[in-house]
Ligand binder design. Structure first.
Ligand code: PEP
Ligand code: MN
Length: 367
């Protein structure tokens, strides 16, 4: 299904550059904390201020947000700078309260995106409302669920729509709080090239030291903006203390980010790029041909194993292939991780092919 998407510069947010920069506290905690944080951000290039009002917490008895009264704190503090604001909505009540308070943009949180009933109820409540809505990825790495939520909101008539990439949770600890799995937003971009994608490095990283590198990576990949949490005094924040930046650090960090340009139309640049891309195309075609030939051999071996009633998987041979190819790849700058993933994909397809051969009538083994 296609999405009806309005470009970000038509969202009425008065975006300063080509990217949307959102910042503000994880949670609104008091009128003073919101005001001081936003005042501190006043000379940074923030387009929209955020604050969590209703906080979806994993465990009960932790700070669950200040509720509706925080909407006014956020609105008032942003009004001093004439800037729009955004909050997370997780149910119909939140939508009504946020709209009543004049909130300019909404986002749907990662936990809500996982629940199609909740997303549909929010979508129904938004019918006839012309406001930008951003949809965070679900906490689990399920692209369809993410797309489904975007479709529900879009079908309610919201065309000012975008996605927020905030990483994916995993049971085993990694250096990230939520693993970025960049291939997932990249696939979303491939499927919906017009859909703005905003990266949320704060919830990917979980700790402030990692935020600059993840922010830069998002810009390197051509993402359309960043949402970064900031707090006037992060160490005493009531939620996400470790990942919030002071307004000063936010300004320092964003000023150091290198903003990558879109392709543009410089003919000389395009010319050289096209040539390099042709060489890539040639190599890719060769790669596919070689893989095809390899599969032909794999099927012949499958036939031979079948005639001799030998099992498909021969662990010693597989191990020998892996070790030898990893050694070959290392000096060419290819990581072990990458090469192993490629080999495993080839091996999986080889096993699938041999299983087909084993379970179909015998052919003659080609010489
Ligand atoms: C947030 O932005 O504060 C938040 C709760 O994020 P997420 O839904 O990504 O966990
Ligand atoms: Mn947060």
């Amino acid at each position: 299904m296609s999405l009806n998407i309005k470009p970000m510069n038509e969202w009425g947010l008065n975006i300063q550059g080509t990217r949307l920069l959102i910042s503000g506290p994880c949670s609104a905690e008091s009128a003073e904390q919101v005001e001081q944080t936003l005042d501190g951000l006043a000379d940074s290039p923030v387009d929209v201020y955020r604050a969590g009002i209703w906080k979806p917490r994993t465990r009960p008895n932790s700070f669950e947000g200040v509720g509706s009264e925080g909407l006014k704190w956020l609105k008032d503090a942003a009004k001093k700078q004439n800037k729009p604001v955004t909050v997370e909505v997780a149910n119909v009540k939140h939508v009504y309260e946020a709209l009543k308070a004049g909130i300019d943009m909404l986002w749907i949180g990662a936990r809500t995106t996982t629940n199609p009933f909740a997303v549909q109820e929010i979508a129904d409540a938004l019918k006839g409302v012309d406001i930008p809505v951003l949809v965070k990825n679900p906490i689990n790495p399920d692209l369809s669920l993410w797309i489904g939520a975007l479709e529900r909101i879009n079908q309610a008539g919201i065309s000012k729509i975008g996605a927020i990439h905030r990483g994916f949770s995993s049971y085993t600890p990694t250096k990230y709080r939520n693993h970025p799995r960049w291939e997932i937003p990249i696939e979303l971009r491939r499927l919906y090239p017009q859909l703005p994608i905003i990266c949320d490095p704060s919830h990917i990283c979980g700790v402030r030291d990692l935020i600059p590198a993840v922010s830069q990576k998002a810009l390197d990949l051509g993402f359309d903006g960043l949402m970064i949490e900031s707090h006037i005094n992060p160490d005493v924040a009531l939620s996400d203390a470790k990942q919030q930046l002071t307004p000063f650090n936010f300004r320092e960090m964003t000023s150091q980010l290198i903003k990558r340009k879109p392709l543009g139309d410089n003919p000389q640049f395009i010319d050289i790029l096209e040539n390099l891309r042709h060489s890539i195309d040639d190599l890719d075609h060769e790669l596919v041909n070689i893989l095809g030939k390899r599969m032909g051999l794999v099927r012949a071996i499958g036939e031979y194993k079948k005639q001799n009633n030998v099992a498909i998987l021969q662990a010693a041979r597989w191990n020998e292939i892996v070790l030898e190819r990893l050694e070959q790849a290392a000096p060419m700058g290819m990581s072990e991780d990458f090469m192993l993933t490629v080999l495993q994909a080839i091996h999986k397809e080889s096993i699938r092919n041999q299983a087909v051969v084993m379970n179909s009538p015998s052919q003659e083994v080609p010489k």
